[in-house]
Design a protein around this ligand. Structure first.
Ligand code: ADP
Ligand code: 5GP
Length: 189
């Protein structure tokens, strides 16, 4: 099924979740695609709402069933993937679907949906700011922080593969730019 997909893509800690929450408040016809992951839930995260938290075996079974539009493995063996059923469920009901995924997955989704997809790269003002945000979020230990920062360096080189690049320095400024881009995309469909 084609159409009406919006991707927020960025290195971990750049602000996708924060910006996505604002979009959901402003756009009733936007639905979140709940990804599957093998990483453990963080405090406050609920199964089926933030992610479908799967064991390695369960994730592998979904791969074998061809259930993923895309999936990637990173951060020392953790797997993350977009379920075709999640996206189709919302598209069938006529909603726009928002994906919060990393760069390689986003490139793949962009290829699948083509012009029917708006991809927005959320860029942190600098790697140092990204590090400070990840530390302030309080979700990483020394090892996972280092893994995320290492990966971020590579991810930042992908920015020009996406439709829009928005720098998330001042949150209000970044959000108003994203909102504008989303409005234009929705109205062009
Ligand atoms: P992501 O979903 O991309 O991993 P988050 O939305 O969790 O990122 O943001 C990482 C941290 O940075 C959070 O603690 C969030 O409150 C904070 N943050 C997000 N955007 C900004 C901003 N523009 N200025 C300052 N802090 C921000
Ligand atoms: P976190 O562990 O912080 O929730 O997410 C880590 C990274 O995985 C983020 O950049 C997030 O966007 C990405 N991610 C989440 N779900 C998916 C997915 O389904 N596919 C891909 N490729 N990346 C995902």
């Amino acid at each position: 099924m084609k159409g009406k997909v919006i991707i927020l893509v960025a290195p971990s800690g750049a602000g996708k979740t924060t910006l996505a929450k604002r979009l959901f408040k402003d756009f009733d016809d936007l639905k979140f695609s709940v990804s599957a992951t093998t990483r453990p839930p963080r405090e406050g995260e609920e199964n089926g709402i933030h992610y479908h938290f799967l064991s390695d075996e369960e994730f592998q079974a979904r791969i074998d069933e061809n259930d993923f539009l895309e999936w990637e493995e990173f951060y020392g063996g953790k797997r993350y993937g977009t379920l075709q059923s999640e996206v189709d469920k919302s598209l069938k009901l006529g909603y726009f679907v928002l994906l919060d995924i990393e760069v390689k997955g986003a490139v793949n989704i962009n290829e699948i949906y083509g012009d029917e997809c708006l991809s927005i790269f959320v860029q942190p003002p600098s790697l140092e700011v990204l590090k400070q945000r990840l530390i302030a979020r309080g979700t990483e230990n020394e090892e996972t922080l280092a893994l995320r920062l290492e990966r971020a360096k590579e991810e930042l080189t992908y920015a020009d593969r996406f439709d829009r690049v928005i720098i998330n320095d001042d949150l209000e400024t970044a959000y108003s730019q994203i909102k504008q881009a989303v409005l234009e995309f929705m109205n062009s469909n």
